[in-house]
Ligand binder design. Sequence first.
Ligand code: NDP
Length: 315
Amino acid sequence: MENVIIIGSGPAGYTAALYAARASLEPLVLEGEPSQDILPGGQLMTTTEVENYPGYPEGVTGPQMMEDFKKQCGRFGTRFEWKTVTKVDFSGSPLKVYVGDELFETKTVIIATGATAKYLGLESEEKYMNLGVSACATCDGALPRFRDKPLVVVGGGDTAMEEALFLTNFASRVHIIHRRDEFRASKIMADRAVAHEKIVPEWDSVVDEVLGDEATGVTGCRIKNVKTGETKELECTGYFAAIGHKPNTDLFGGILDMDETGYLVTKADSTYTKIDGVFAAGDVQDRIYRQAITAAGSGCMAAIDCQRWLEAREG
Ligand code: NDP
């Protein structure tokens, strides 16, 4: 039987593993399987430059940072398996975690399955991913390719407003493309965005295609007005999708409490879920901050909560 199984391999999962390993819990991390040449490691595996993680004064690529995280928790005896959990049974003790027919029994579980940014699903979005297409302005906005250039943000919620306002620090102009004639965002955020001199809302509009070429990446965006059918091309070097995130919580439906958008609910100021011995850390339970540093901090909290929970039971 395992002391602790950590499901997920981003900053939250690896940090939880680091702390659990140093507490002699010999954690097992079920990292997920590689997909399309991308190794497990969460959203950072598809991020180019990370400049806002303390401790990397020159910046670091997302995949390199995850390799460093993994190496650090491996030093203290963490075990890793490239396996994707397919089912959990938290109805009794021990807790049961399945990978297909393979059963893992464990005293505790730390869930760090993260969230996935939503994109429109256009082929051209995929084609220019990391070549101007991003779903995180805070992560990527300060990169040289976006400086003093027109940019596009898609969406009408608080994330879109926040991303657009943040991007005004670098961009010459930010177009917010929204499919309706009214933002979903809170009034204060929407008002602030609309009033900004660099922000241009493109109402009733959807993105038809992200334009570009392989050498330069994104060069523009073709949008269509849903009321008139008219199309136009916007020049831009960056395309930021801000149409929401989907927390990776399908496994826990009907088992753990979630908010109305599917984020796991943890008890106040802790990583405890409603089930004894099951903890949640990182983006899977964080709809607000969603940063590598906050996910790592929450992974640390989960390992400490887990260690104390075990100590209280086992002395
Ligand atoms: P939301 O779900 O609130 O907004 C998503 C936006 O994307 C909507 O405007 C929606 O349009 C649009 N959209 C969704 N799918 C598509 C599509 N296929 N094509 C075109 N447009 C699409 O997500 P957010 O990430 O903005 O916010 C999530 C939650 O987090 C909210 O509760 C928000 O308040 C909160 N948050 C709070 C912040 C803060 O307080 N500082 C910052 C960021 C988020 P439509 O409006 O037509 O449905």
